[in-house]
Design a protein around this ligand. Structure first.
Ligand code: 0RA
Length: 679
């Protein structure tokens, strides 16, 4: 339409507001700034709620809310452009923190507002809540403004805002501070080379905090998205160079123009990527008034994840929502139907929505009335109607697209079925590996493991009998010490055959607890403990069990001994008490030495002999045998083990003198110095 002639034809209406008012029967608008006191109060009352509760209008006072101001201002210009009145929009971000949005549209009307005598329409729009859309719904219907709260909110939350309108070959200007006019709308002069509206504003630090700044990259992306969401509108971006230091991907100047809308943007975005099919599936269903409109562009990339970028009323919805669900559903249904039609129904049945959308690069834009957003950041569309709108809009076009390109449709179907089969295969693999992991980690039920998962610093106590096992479990440091009780005598490894060995519960418990494997399969790195400590009673049976165990290690995992991991605990045989003094002796010789050296003739000396570990109090067991600070450990050398493994030694150990065991060990053990502490 020929806007200028129609709208600015009347010379009278082309005059500034003051003169226009003079011509009308309403009182003139005051011309002096000082006369604006009344207006101040009125405006303050009108916009005060916005300043008092900004969150109610722009969703908060954080960076997202701050950038919402930009959306609000550019949306007004977008409306003008979408309506065909403006052909470009300029966006400029300055080092001074001001953001400028200008268009070459009709310009905000400057004439006296019919409902506010003496005030220009511009001033009413800038200072009255909700005045933007309601000014004259026939002429001024918002598109992006579907969600708009009006430019007056931006005005209220800016410490300074300036509007310039080039209209009727005249340039007008009005400035505001926190929503209050600094003075009336003034006529700056004649202008013939320009028309339209220019809004320049600076967000109020009182509202957004002293550090609040527009982020160049964010404003850049928002401006660009407006350009592809309203294909054909040209947006000219510029930003002061100083603001772009250290910021990548944001140029000082750039012109956005996507005549093909989302399709054009997606094509540029996917440049250099291989598509499964050559043609982007795209379309647009436009409803009068914008409500219920949908635009989409969809492609599948051969490698890579793709991704869906969706918008509702030009607001990005990075967390998806109902509109994306609608897209997923319609693509899934379309492909499954196509599989059916092409005799692939069975394979197609396995396809899920995720199979269709992984590798799918899509842009989706919907317009609905009063959209509802959900989630912490309100980044997900909740309006159920949107799913239906998208589905019904895309159903036929997608079927047609598939039918019209049989070759690429079958390539796409193959690709999606591949995804489904790959997903099922992976799921199967995961299940198998979980099972093996469980098997690998399955520990014997009797094992009281330590909480430390590292081998370094961990110890396993192999304990004879359940009662000693119980004491040991109480005496241990559960962080670093594990306890495995073995019931009764373990199998004589020397005489047992392979099969018998494998079937023996005690042996298999032990092997599992150690985790390192046996013989050729032994892996020192898989050993779950740094020290393996055999802890048996200081009697004949205990000695026998110890020698059987040492023999087992010697035969099945000699490396464990060679690497110095195997130890014998040295529990005491005697407790000697005199008054408050208690000492423990590990054998007869030790007892005699202690009695001579440590105990005087004064008072009764009591010498008690432990029958077994189970007889000791946990605290005693801890102090005498398990606590690294007070215990004695004997490291078993490979030579010791070799001797233990020979029958005659075993017989000797099985003899009636338990002390012989210690004599044997003392003779042959390679002591670990750090552990050698006399009790
Ligand atoms: C109301 C009516 C008309 C235009 C506008 C508002 C308008 C607002 C903005 C905001 C930014 N740029 C804008 N451009 C136009 C048209 C009716 C008329 O000209 O009388």
């Amino acid at each position: 339409m020929s806007d200028t002639d129609d709208l600015f034809g009347s010379a009278a209406r082309a005059r500034p507001a003051t003169k226009a008012s003079a011509r009308s029967k309403t009182p003139p608008v005051p011309a002096m700034a000082s006369d604006y006191t009344a207006a101040h109060i009125e405006v303050l009352e009108g916009l005060e709620p916005v300043r008092r509760r900004p969150g109610m209008y722009i969703g908060g006072t954080d960076s997202k809310a701050l950038h919402h101001l930009f959306a609000e201002v550019i949306d007004n210009s977008m409306d003008e452009a979408v309506a065909g009145h403006a052909s470009f929009i300029e966006v400029h971000l300055g080092t001074d923190g001001y953001l400028t949005v200008a268009d070459n549209g009709r310009g905000i009307p400057v004439e006296e507002h019919p409902k506010f005598p003496g005030k220009s329409a511009l001033e009413v729009i800038m200072t009255t809540l909700h005045a933007g859309g309601k000014f004259d719904s026939k002429v001024y219907e918002t598109s992006g403004g579907l969600h708009g709260v009006g430019v007056s909110v931006v005005n209220a939350l800016s410490d300074h805002l300036e509007v310039e309108v080039a209209r009727n070959q005249t340039l007008y200007r009005q400035t505001f501070a926190r929503g209050v006019p600094d003075g009336p709308l003034t006529e700056v002069g004649r202008i013939t080379n320009r028309r339209g509206t220019r809004v320049r504003f600076h967000p109020d630090a009182e509202i957004f905090g002293p550090a609040a700044r527009f982020e160049p990259a964010r404003v850049f992306r928002m401006a660009r998205s407006k350009a592809y969401l309203f294909g054909g509108v040209e947006i000219r971006w510029s930003c002061d160079a100083d603001l772009l230091k250290g910021i990548e991907g944001v140029p000082e100047k750039m012109v956005f123009r996507f005549p093909g809308g989302l399709r054009d943007y997606l094509a540029i975005d996917l440049e250099g990527q291989t598509l499964v099919h050559p043609d982007i599936f795209s379309g647009r269903i436009q409803k009068p008034g914008g409500h219920g409109s949908v635009e989409w562009a969809v492609a599948w990339v051969a490698d890579g994840d793709g991704g869906i970028a969706s918008y509702c009323n030009t607001i990005p919805t990075p967390d998806g929502g109902t509109h994306e669900n609608g897209l997923r559903a319609v693509l899934l249904k379309g492909l499954k139907d196509h599989a059916e039609r092409s005799g692939q129904g069975k394979r197609g049945a396995a396809i899920t929505g995720d199979d269709v959308t992984t590798g799918c690069a899509a842009m989706l834009s919907v317009f609905v009335r009063e959209p509802e957003f959900q989630g912490q950041t309100k980044d997900r569309l909740a309006t159920t109607e949107a799913a239906r709108i998208v589905e019904s809009a895309l159903r036929d076009p997608f079927d047609h697209w598939l039918a019209a390109n049989p070759a690429q449709a079958s390539r796409l179907l193959e690709h999606v079925i591949d995804r489904a089969e790959e997903r099922l295969r992976r799921k199967q693999e995961r299940e198998i590996s979980r099972k093996t992991a469980v098997r690998k980690l399955r520990l014997p039920g009797k094992l009281a493991d330590c909480s430390n998962t590292e081998a370094a610093g961990s110890e396993l106590f192999i304990v004879e009998g359940d009662s000693a096992g119980g004491s040991a479990k109480q005496a241990r440091d559960r962080k670093t010490q594990a306890v495995l009780p073995l019931r009764g005598k373990i199998l004589n490894v020397a005489s047992a055959g392979r099969d018998k060995l494998a079937q023996n519960q005690q042996i298999s418990d032990l092997t599992q607890a150690l985790g390192c494997g046996t013989l050729g399969a032994y892996r020192d790195t898989d050993l779950r403990y740094e020290k393996v400590i055999i802890m048996t009673d200081a009697d004949v049976d205990g000695a026998h069990i110890a020698s059987l165990l040492v023999t087992y290690f010697f035969r099945q995992m000699p490396k464990l001994i060679e690497e110095g991991h195997l130890f014998l605990a040295v529990p005491p045989l005697y407790r000697i008490t005199q008054g408050a003094k208690t000492l423990y002796a590990r054998d007869d010789a030790h007892k005699d030495r202690l009695l001579k050296k440590e105990f005087s003739g004064k008072g009764k000396v009591d010498v008690g002999r432990f029958k077994g570990l189970g007889e000791m109090m946990p605290a005693q067991l801890k102090e005498t045998t398990m606590d690294p600070r007070t215990r004695t450990l004997q490291r078993v050398s490979i030579e010791d083990a070799e001797r233990a493994a020979t029958i005659d030694i075993v017989e000797r150990l099985m003899g009636n003198k338990p002390e012989a065991r210690f004599a044997f060990i003392s003779e042959h053990a390679a002591f670990a110095d750090e552990d050698l502490l006399d009790i």
